[in-house]
Design a binder for this molecule. Sequence first.
Ligand SMILES: N[C@@H](CCC(=O)N[C@@H](CS)C(=O)NCC(=O)O)C(=O)O
Length: 219
Amino acid sequence: MKLYGALLSPFVRKVAIVLAEKGLSYEPRRGGPGTTDPEFLAVSPFAKIPVLEDDGFTLPDSTAIVHYLDAKYPEPRLIPAEPQALGRTVWLDEFADTILAVAGIKIQMSRIVRPRFLGLPVDEDTAREGEEEMPRALDYLESIAPAGGWLVGDQFTLADISVAVAVRTAEFMGALGDTASRPRAAAWYERVKARPAWQDVAAREAALIARALPDRAGA
Ligand SMILES: N[C@@H](CCC(=O)N[C@@H](CS)C(=O)NCC(=O)O)C(=O)O
């Protein structure tokens, strides 16, 4: 199995954690903004990351990939079958991808990816837009975070992974604000981070940051 894209992307991180939760290994491949590698461009129709390759089958989009993986490698199930739990898992994956992660990506693209990887100037207007969008998304997370356990029922699901990887991007960009003001979200995030799959991916991401962005190590 190959996974195209760097772990700095919340969407690549999402797929990496799903693979780790399922005990599946993969070969990391280059891809992402600015990549001209023909191998990547051949598998990614819109030059976006992630893309998964499995047994000759290629698939873009983190959500599509996770649905594929959960169907093909069902242990452990990360997308519940019970209708309400399924609906809520899909909603929280969507919230994470289109609201929470988008706010974080605006900041990360503008202040890190553009100047450090694309040779473009910092885009402070877009970064500030992301910072302005972030509190409402984090307040919503605080309103749904359980006192213990996971976001959907008592089962660890794709919802926990998708939301946590987007929180990680906010954390990396110093955009989490005062975590003490959102104690339930903070405690839930710590529970996700304590999982072995998360720690495995976080260690690989830390190594990447140490290599590519040494001044951001530990962020
Ligand atoms: N909905 C897609 C979003 C993928 C996406 O936008 N990835 C970003 C990196 S975080 C990307 O490749 N951006 C490059 C571009 O838009 O050209 C998913 O879940 O995989």
